[in-house]
Design a protein around this ligand. Structure first.
Ligand SMILES: O=c1ccn([C@H]2C[C@H](O)[C@@H](COP(=O)(O)OP(=O)(O)OP(=O)(O)O)O2)c(=O)[nH]1
Ligand SMILES: [Mg+2]
Length: 148
C-alpha cells in the first residue's frame, strides 16, 4: 500500500518533542511520546497529552495502540485500544492510558507511551431488511463452536 502523508501540527506545549516516528524500517506503528508528566496510580486512567494535532486524509483513520513493553512490564495500556482518531478530528491527539498494574507508574514528558497505526477505513451503508439469510452458524456465538 502506498504511503499517505498526514499533516501534523505541533501545539505550543509540544515544542521540543519529537514528532511520532517509526523506530525501525519495518515498524508498523509510529511511537508517540508524552507531552506531560503524570503520576498514574494503580487502577487510574488519564488522557495523556501528546502536544500535536493531525489532519488525517479522508478515507483513513489513525489507531492509537498500546506498547507491549509497557503492558508487560508495568500493566500500562491504552484503555480504549485501539483508540480511533477520526479523519475530521483537529484537536490534540490524546493517549488514554490505564494502569492495570499494582504499582504507581510515572509518565514523564518525552517517554514513548503508545504507537500510531494509520489504516484505511471501509465505510458501509446499512440497509434494513425483514429477515436475514440462513447460515450453518445461525445465531450461535460466544464459544458455541467446538463445544464438548
Ligand atoms: O485514543 C484516542 C481516541 C480518540 N481521540 C480523539 C480523536 C477522535 O477523533 C475523538 C473521538 O474519539 P471517539 O469517537 O473514540 O470517542 P467518542 O466517545 O465517540 O467521542 P465523540 O463523540 O467526540 O466522537 O477523540 C484521541 O485523541 N485519542
Ligand atoms: Mg465517536
Amino acid at each position: 500500500m502506498p504511503e499517505i502523508t498526514i499533516p501534523i501540527l505541533r501545539l505550543s506545549h509540544g515544542e521540543g518533542l519529537p514528532i511520532p516516528a517509526y523506530a525501525t524500517a519495518g515498524a508498523a506503528g509510529m511511537d508517540v511520546v508524552s507531552a506531560e508528566h503524570h503520576h498514574l496510580a494503580p487502577g487510574a486512567r488519564h488522557a495523556v497529552a501528546t502536544g500535536f494535532a493531525m489532519a488525517i486524509p479522508e478515507g483513513y483513520e489513525v489507531q492509537v495502540r498500546p506498547r507491549s513493553g509497557l503492558a508487560l512490564k508495568h500493566g500500562v495500556t491504552c484503555l480504549n485500544a485501539p483508540g480511533t482518531i477520526d479523519s475530521d478530528y483537529r484537536g490534540e491527539v490524546k493517549v488514554i492510558l490505564a494502569n492495570l498494574g499494582s504499582e504507581p507508574f510515572a509518565i514523564r514528558r518525552g517517554d514513548r507511551i503508545a504507537q500510531l497505526v494509520p489504516a484505511a477505513v471501509q465505510r458501509a451503508t446499512l440497509s434494513e431488511v425483514a429477515s436475514l439469510d440462513d447460515t450453518a452458524r445461525g445465531s450461535g456465538g460466544f464459544g458455541s463452536t467446538g463445544q464438548r
